[in-house]
Design a protein around this ligand. Structure first.
Ligand code: NAD
Length: 269
């Protein structure tokens, strides 16, 4: 899911290159078609299906199409996710003066919009849960069946300004462990990747200013990343190929692998 997004496209193309038949389930049909075309162009097999991960009927239809056209599903990657400005505060810290009338256009914690928060929770957590629910039934007894969820750095420790996204990804990590345990008797391994900071359209406005220079926040991230740079989407691929490999990762279950240039390990001192 989310296979037409920035990270999803890279993952889908890389799986296609490995000879894996890929179904791209994305709400953005046009973008999914482009990814399919790119995979087919280099001799891979791919299928794009307009799918809403928050609509069970849409997921059930997609699951059926995938099985009919590509065969049994052995790998599910839950990649659809993201943040929303309505679940984001303007400032990192609350100060008493923020509450004075003169700063009415400032979005503090108290102004966060319930719908925005629900949007973020639903897309990341519910979308992962519903998709897993719909797909896993027919993955039982499929050899090497495995799921990879997409968590985030903010699941380990919340990032400032984005309480909804941080909480939602913490829920994704927690659910990864839950599902790994739950599915352990029916032969489905469940793990997650936790990408660090990758410059994509989702976070671009937070990380680059109008002149394409690092914002204060981006510079803070770089300072906190021992490798002193943002990640490239292709740097997620090795971990994914390892986690889906039934020989290499046969006993790896319920883990959340950070891919972050050392961000999570660094205390800043
Ligand atoms: P992106 O916005 O480029 O991709 C997300 C994709 O999900 C899009 O193609 C979008 O159309 C699709 N989508 C949105 N709502 C959907 C729905 N209801 N049903 C189906 N598809 C839907 O984002 P990205 O940066 O490629 O992120 C991919 C995943 O990685 C997300 O889960 C994101 O939270 C996570 N992540 C990203 C970063 C980063 O630095 N970019 C870091 C950590 C985690």
């Amino acid at each position: 899911t989310g296979g037409a997004g920035v990270l999803g496209t890279q993952i889908a193309k890389s799986l296609g290159n490995e000879g894996i038949k890929v179904a791209i389930l994305d709400i953005d049909e046009e973008a999914a078609k482009e990814v399919v075309a790119a995979i087919e162009k280099v001799g891979g097999t791919a299928l794009g299906i307009k799918t809403n991960v928050l609509d069970k009927e849409s997921l059930q239809k997609a699951e059926k199409i995938v099985r009919e056209k590509l065969g049994p599903v052995d790998i599910l990657i839950n990649g659809a996710g993201g943040n929303h400005p309505k679940g984001t505060t303007d400032n990192e810290f609350l100060h008493k003066e923020d509450l004075q009338d003169t700063k009415q256009d400032l979005k503090t914690f108290f102004d966060l919009d319930q719908e925005g928060i629900e949007f973020v929770f639903n897309l990341n957590f519910l979308g992962t849960l519903l998709t897993s629910q719909v797909f896993t039934k027919n993955m039982i007894d499929v050899e090497g069946a495995t799921i990879i969820n997409v968590s985030s750095m903010n699941a380990f420790k919340p990032l400032t300004k984005i309480p909804a996204y941080s909480g939602a990804k913490a829920a994704v990590s927690n659910f990864t462990q839950w599902l790994a345990v739950h599915m352990s008797k029916v032969g489905i391994r469940v793990n997650a990747i936790a990408p660090g900071f990758f410059l994509t359209k989702q976070n671009r406005s937070l990380l680059l200013d109008e002149n394409e220079n690092y914002t204060e926040r981006a510079q803070k991230i770089i300072n906190q990343t021992p490798m002193e740079r943002f990640g490239q989407p292709e740097e997620l691929v090795g971990t994914i190929l390892w986690l889906i490999n039934e020989k290499a990762a046969s006993f790896v279950n319920g883990v959340i692998v950070p891919i972050d240039g050392g961000f999570a390990a660094y205390s800043g001192v």
